[in-house]
Design a protein around this ligand. Structure first.
Ligand code: ADP
Length: 177
């Protein structure tokens, strides 16, 4: 589904974050060392190839809520924006740190003149943030930043499972009023 907020199109789709060739950037749910791993980080580094990790080394470590940008190497995008989400129950306040991820990633996209960005559901895998809590935080944080965006016109949430998609669709419907 799609919604529009201050000129920003917000989409929620089911899919794989590494298969979004029409987006200028994809966002990595990274670890602090910006290394490959499981989940989204593993999928992105596998698809991008080893040069991505080499580019990441001097940028690491990053803090919860921080975002950094690199090239996309063998991925079909221009950039990868790496965010470190909060570990639920450990990095506090987790809601603010999750907001920071989405907003800092979008600020970087804006600074680089990008038009379209695809996000996974940051922190909702290994980092344990319940998807029902994370989805409205993610959507509200991008809506709050929308008035400050002029380059970024499309934001796509790419959800791995049907239930995750439904949770995001419900939150998007509710928050976009
Ligand atoms: P974190 O460590 O921030 O929790 P994870 O990579 O473990 O990050 O998971 C974040 C979310 O991304 C989870 O909801 C997981 O199901 C989902 N996910 C895992 N692989 C992919 C993928 N290839 N594309 C999109 N989403 C994915």
């Amino acid at each position: 589904m799609q919604a529009s907020h201050h000129g920003l199109t917000i989409e929620a789709v089911k899919g794989d974050i590494t298969a979004q060739p029409d987006c200028d950037a994809i966002v990595n749910a990274a670890n602090a060392q910006l290394r490959t791993g499981g989940g989204v980080a593993g999928a992105i580094h596998r698809a991008a190839g080893p040069e991505l990790e080499r580019e990441c080394v001097p940028l690491a470590p990053i803090r919860p809520g921080q975002a950094v940008i690199t090239g996309a190497h063998n991925l079909p995008n221009r950039h990868v924006i790496h965010c470190l989400g909060p570990v639920y129950g450990r990095d506090k306040p987790e809601e603010q740190l999750l907001r920071d991820c989405y907003q800092n990633a979008l600020r970087l996209a804006e600074e680089h003149g990008l038009h379209s960005v695809a996000f996974p559901a940051i922190s909702t895998g290994v980092f344990g943030y319940p998807i029902e809590e994370a989805a409205p935080v993610a959507i509200q944080s991008v809506m709050d930043l929308a008035p400050q965006l002029s380059s970024v016109q499309l934001l796509r949430f790419v959800l791995f499972g049907q239930r995750d998609l439904e949770v995001h669709e419900a939150a998007l419907q509710r928050l976009s009023g």
